[in-house]
Write a protein that binds this ligand. Sequence first.
Ligand code: GDP
Length: 316
Amino acid sequence: MPEDLYSLSAKRVWVAGHRGMVGSALVRRLEDENCEVLTAGRDVMDLRDQAAVHAWVGSEKPDAVFLAAATVGGIHANRSRPAEFLYDNLMIEANIIHAAFENAVEKLMFLGSSCIYPKLAPQPMREEELLGGPLEPTNQWYAIAKISGIMLCQAFREQHGCDYISAQPTNLYGIGDNFDLESSHVIPALIAKAHTAKTEGAASMGVWGSGDPKREFLFTDDLADALVYMMKHYSDDTQINVGTGEDLTIRDIAEQVCRTVGFEGELAFDTSMPDGSPRKLLNVDRLTAMGWTAKTSLEDGLRQTYDWYLENYVNG
Ligand code: GDP
């Protein structure tokens, strides 16, 4: 284990977006660090409101910030609410990063998204592919906002020497996921659909698109562990990919979800729905070289996610 560049010990650490899937995993992970976790819900401030964010950061004075707040959603949500995906995310990141600078925050971690890379980037995608070609149209709004956030961190590092870093997670799933079929990502959608199909004794369940696109999936608690690791061990301007280094087709993930849930019917592919990006596997060599690798298997992660769904959506 390399020596820490930055210590979280005894620090005031703000997790912006603590109610989200990533933020809540970070709060759980930070319990193992000797730090004080700060949070502020939507009732306390709207992160799109510059004055509110500056006032809160000015009075709470965090030492470190994990910027895990964002307006997020799956392929359908991105296509149908482009203004929210671009405007909300630009405002949230600009306000928090600027307020961190004004209040001398020591270290800030920004989160990107694998859709920031060009649609046809060579796979697995290396960090250097950023801005190398046109984006995938279904999630370009979110991608542009996230690219701006990464570059804002780089700009503050270059102009003011701020220790702001970015992590670049692959597709995420896990505890606290969004299971609403209109706005969710593929894994929670498939879990909810398989559960309903099983409960109703249906012969088949719907899966969007052709089933051919490939996706890489990281369990969110693994991401939280990687973010804390990078906060301690990384200080540079390149956004660092965080993933498992392996991907599988939507057909394969649907079959694996059905095994976890115990649905034995058929998969019915709906090709009127978009496939989106054909493939977006991250190259994780940089993070591996830093000494971090993902620990949770897909089987184990799906089981924990399904258990959480049963407890909170079905029996909750
Ligand atoms: P993306 O990675 O940004 O494309 O976001 P998603 O996780 O929403 O979708 C990943 C892939 O899963 C796409 O090819 C979708 O068409 C496919 N997919 C299959 N069934 C579903 C579903 O029920 N919901 C979602 N969101 N995607 C699905």
